[in-house]
Each structure stands twice: as C-alpha cells, then as structure tokens.
Design a protein around this ligand. Structure first.
Ligand code: OXD
Ligand code: MN
Length: 601
C-alpha cells in the first residue's frame, strides 16, 4: 500500500482493508494531496489514453478528456436514496431498502477493481478544520476522479492530520465497474454501460457509486456528499446544505453584502457567481458557484462556506461576454471533459468567443466541420478549474468561519409567466416560493430538454430525504433564526416576449437586480405588492444606460392573475404528491396565494 504511513486511523485502515478484500485491486494508493501527485495523475491519464495534453501555449498544464458517449451526465434514474422507510426518501427520490440495495451492490463490487489501482482520497468539504466543514474519504479506481478531486476539494495529508486517529468521516466508494482480465488493457474511458448505481445511505452516512466515471456520479464529494448526504446531516444537526452559489456584493460606498442563490443545474449559477457588474462602482466577488453550507453563529445569523475548492462548470455557452471570469479561471491548470479540440491544441465549444473553426476534433474524437450539423462539444461538456484562479474570487472565500448571508435568491429558466424579480413577504413565504420553484429542463441531467419541471430550491436531484420534511426543516430554521434570517427573492433572467426575444439582457446586467435586492435588505428601494410577492417599481430598479421601454418593462414584470391561477393549480397538484407530510404552513401559503389571485382577476 503506497503511503500507508500517512494515517494511524484504525477505523479508516480497517475500512480500506475491507474494501480491498471486496474489490481486489492490484495496488492501493493513499492520496497525499501533493502537486506532484496531481501531475502524476495527469501523466497516468495521458499514458493510458484517457487524456491528451493541450498545447502549452494555449492551455498550460491542462488536459482534454473524451468520455464514453454513454457516460456524459448525472444519471438521476440510477440515483438512489436507501433508507429503512420509503416515506423517508419521499416521492421525488428513487428509494431502495438498504439491505436490498447492498444485496444488489455487493456482487457488482466483488472484484470490480481487478487489474486497477485503488486510490484512497481523504478530502475536506470546506476549508480544512473549518467548524462548518466535514471530511469524507473516497475510494476510487479512477485517476480521473483523483485528479478532479484535487481541484474540487482539499485532499490528502492535511485532511488526514485533522482526522487524527479517530475522527469522523463519510465513507464514499466509487468504481468505474470495469475490472480487467489478466493482461487486458483498460478502455480509454472505462465505465459500465449495463449497470450504473449512484447510491446513498443517509442513515449510515455511506455513499456507493458503481459504473460511471462522470462528474456528479463519480466525484462523490460534490452532489453525493455535499448535497444528498449533507442535507440529511443538516436536518439532524440544525444547519443547511443547499444547491446555491455564494457571492459578495460591494456597493460604491463600500457596503458589503453576501447573497446566496439557488438555480437548477445549468441555469447560470456560475455566471452570476463571478459576474462583472455593468452598474458603475459595484463589485461582485465569488465565494462559491454551486453549493453552500450554512450554519447559525452566536450572533444568530446564518454563515455560509463554499464546501468546494474548484469549479466544475458547463463549458458550452461560456465566453468572454457571458462569463469573462470563468474564461480567465480556466486558462491553465484545468481539466476539460467532452469539449472539442482545435487544430492548434486549444479547446473549443459552442458559443465560445471568435469565429467557428473550419476543422475540429469533436467530443467523440471525430473530425468535425461546421457543415456537419452536429455539436462539436457535448452540451454538458465541463471544465474543472481551481477556484483560486478566478480573478474575482473573494479574498475571504476560504474563511473557515464562513460569510454572513443577507439574501437568498431562487430562480429558474422560465420563458413566460415569471417576472424578472420579486421579494417574498417573509421567510415562510420565501420557503413557499422555493418549494414551488419550476424550471425548464437543461442538459445537466440525461433526458427531456426544455420540459417544465418542479425543482424545489433547485434540490430535486440532490435532496437526501423526503422533500416535504426538507421544507419543514426550512420552516424550522426560520423559526430559529427569526428576524436574522436572510430576505428571500425570486428572479428570472429568461423571460421572452411573444416573438421569442429575451426581455432582459442578463449576464452583467443582472447586477441591477442584485442592487435592488441589497437595497431592499437595507429598506432603501421601493417595491409594490402583487398577488405573488413584492415587485420592484421601474424607478426602484437601476436601469440607467439600458434601453428598456415601458412596454418591455411591463412585459418583463407582468403578473397575469389567470395565468398564475393555472400555476397555483399545478403547485397544488405537485404538493399533493407529498400527502400529509406537506407542512400545513405551505398549504396555508398556497391558499392565500389563490385568494389573492382571485381577488386580482
Ligand atoms: C452541477 C450540476 O454539476 O448541478 O453542478 O449538475
Ligand atoms: Mn450544481
């Protein structure tokens, strides 16, 4: 076992042994987290045919990887919450009895690492030693996972030092599920096409993932731990694990505010988290782009950390207009998955800056020309980049104490119905808005592009227990925090007019909405009541320099009572799925909404 001397943690060593017995790898390697180790993983991937180096003068120290075409996104239908009672997983999750799932998994895991090295990755979600952070250990047979975990989390010796001889950790076992026969060469992207299982055992805090090497299926610190398992820990322990970006907004007067925002996957969290504001004098700095862990501190306020250390961002659509700071973050030391390769050794994807090249190698490894009618990069192609490389990373982004959250935004992609911005009347109403969140489906998960789906708090694919109990937890957190809770808002950058033209320019212009949000927090900007929440007046929104006609503003902000009564009907139908688990306070919110809409008709 390489690096066996790194730890004396008896339980950890015994567990490593147990997984070795089960999976029968050829070698065991404990990750120390060194730079050298990271480079070794990249070299290993290049030698094994998994990765290729990009040109040193284009993307220094960076690699490109094409996955198996059947392993390109999270697989929600193969993702399971395994707890004793089905009602504790709830109607939004795939449930399995823990014993039944182990009976399925154990034969699959038996011998699954044959011919491969078993890597043991101690990792910290959050700054090492932070009171809000937690530790996990991922066992994997994928060097791709080791390299990505180096960028996305804090790994290795410093984590083992905090763990000491008996510290608590969440055990996470991952395999690509492709054992090798004697002398057999590994596929460039090994995975198991027939069997994929992304399984969570919240009652014992375990994660077992089989058959996929991709993103959220395989980098177990991210969605599996930091959201699904952490959400259950958070409920038990009285904190919050949320699918939220965290940004720091500084006004021209130097007033600092922190905003967290929950949007479904691939709806622009990364863009908002590191935007360049268009309004003069305002500054946005990034604390995190995907996940927030929030705990109460002695002053009664909620403090958030970003449990991650890197960005695993969607590449297509990212460019110097939509997200200049992401483009700068990925200039070097990055891992690219399923983007296209230019003839001069750089990366390319749809909507990147510049002219479309006459020739590329597409994400399937084939020659590509613009007239072929195919996308060169997969729509869910990703870049993995260290957060510290972001030019607008907040200087305190890794403060172990976290940052105090002033406002929470919910939002999604809605071409119709939903106005640009609104404010909830209080935490309970905000919880209702989050619970009733709906968005058009994106490429981050397999299947059904564009379809509208309810995605409460952007947690639909990530909640580790019954969604209705999770809403109850939100309400309880509000009861605890009282007036110290962040104000809640709902935004929609994606509304279109009848001709299908965007009504709002988005990107850096979203800073105008952020300004209104923080001014509302300070009681400075105006809002008017509507049946669905408090709306900004045109005067209260800073539109200086934007060519926004009254007609467009009215279309952008329109709240159509009969359209909304229809929405209320859909919310009622959706809520009915949760039966008597649905918190009464949410039913009351829905009834009050319907009454306000009837009165406004
Ligand atoms: C992500 C996702 O990768 O939400 O962040 O799918
Ligand atoms: Mn996400």
């Amino acid at each position: 076992m390489t690096n066996a001397t790194l730890t004396n943690h008896k339980k950890l060593l015994a567990w490593i042994d147990e997984i070795k017995e089960l999976t029968t790898p050829d070698d065991i390697y404990i990750a120390d987290g060194s730079k050298e180790e990271y480079q070794n993983m990249l070299n290993l991937m290049v030698e094994g045919g998994t990765a290729q180096w990009l040109a040193e003068d284009k993307k220094p120290n960076s690699v490109l990887i094409f996955s198996d075409p059947a392993d390109v996104a999270r697989v929600e239908d193969r993702t399971f919450i395994c707890c004793e009672k089905e009602e504790n997983a709830g109607p939004t999750n795939n449930w399995k009895d823990p014993k039944e799932m182990k009976d399925i998994l154990m034969p699959l895991f038996k011998g699954c690492m044959k011919g491969r090295t078993m890597y043991v990755i101690p990792f910290s979600m959050g700054p090492v030693g932070s009171p809000i952070a937690h530790i996990g250990v991922e066992i994997t047979d994928s060097p791709y996972v080791v390299a990505n975990m180096h960028l996305m989390t804090r790994v290795g010796k410093p984590v083992l030092d905090v763990l000491g001889e008996d510290g608590e950790y969440v055990p996470c076992v991952h395999t690509v599920g492709a054992p090798l026969a004697e002398g057999e060469k590994s596929a460039a992207w090994p995975c198991n096409a027939e069997n994929k299982y992304i399984t969570h055992f919240p009652e014992t805090n375990e994660i077992w993932s089989f058959g996929s090497g991709y993103g959220g299926n395989a980098l177990l610190g991210k969605k599996c731990f930091a959201l699904r398992i952490a959400s259950t820990m958070a409920k038990r322990e009285g904190w919050m694990a949320e699918h939220m970006l965290i940004l720091k907004l500084t006004s021209p007067e130097g007033v600092e505010k922190y905003v967290a925002a929950a949007f479904p996957s691939a709806c622009g969290k990364t863009n908002l988290a590191m935007m360049n504001p268009t309004i003069p004098g305002w500054k946005v700095e990034c604390v995190g782009d995907d996940i927030a862990w929030m705990k109460f501190k002695e002053d009664g306020r909620l403090y958030a950390i970003n449990p991650e250390a890197g960005f695993f961002g969607v590449a297509p659509g990212t460019n110097y207009h939509s997200n200049p700071n992401a483009m700068e973050s990925l200039k070097a030391n990055s891992i690219f998955t399923n983007v296209a390769l230019t003839d001069d050794g750089d990366v390319w994807w749809e909507d990147i800056d510049g002219d479309v090249p006459a020739h590329l190698i597409d994400w399937n490894g084939n020659d590509w020309t613009p007239d072929g009618g195919k996308k060169a990069a997969h729509p869910n192609a990703r870049f993995t980049a260290p957060a510290a490389q972001c030019p607008v990373i907040a200087p305190n982004w890794a403060d172990p104490e976290g940052v105090p959250i002033d406002a929470i935004l919910f939002g999604g992609r809605r071409a119709t119905t939903q106005p640009l911005a609104l404010e909830a009347s209080n935490w309970e109403h905000g919880t209702f808005l989050g619970a009733a969140m709906a968005s058009e489906k994106t490429a981050a998960a397999a299947g059904g592009l564009g379809e509208l789906r309810f995605d409460p708090m952007a947690m639909l694919p990530f909640i580790g227990y019954n969604m209705a109990d999770y809403w109850g937890h939100w309400l309880e957190m509000g009861d605890k925090g009282g007036d110290n809770m962040p104000k809640v808002f709902y935004v929609n950058w994606f509304r279109k007019d009848e001709e299908g033209k965007w009504l709002w320019p988005g990107f850096g212009e979203n800073s105008r909405v952020l300004k209104w949000v923080v001014e509302r927090c300070d009681g400075k900007a105006d809002a008017v009541d509507s049946p669905i929440g408090k709306l900004p007046t045109k005067e209260a929104m800073d539109l200086a320099g934007l060519d926004m006609s009254d007609k467009d503003w009215d279309s952008l902000m329109k709240v159509d009572a009969s359209e909304w009564l229809d929405v209320a009907g859909k919310i009622e139908e959706y809520f009915a799925k949760f039966g008597d688990k649905l918190p009464a306070r949410l039913t009351k919110q829905l009834e009050a909404l319907k009454a306000r809409l009837e009165a406004a008709k």
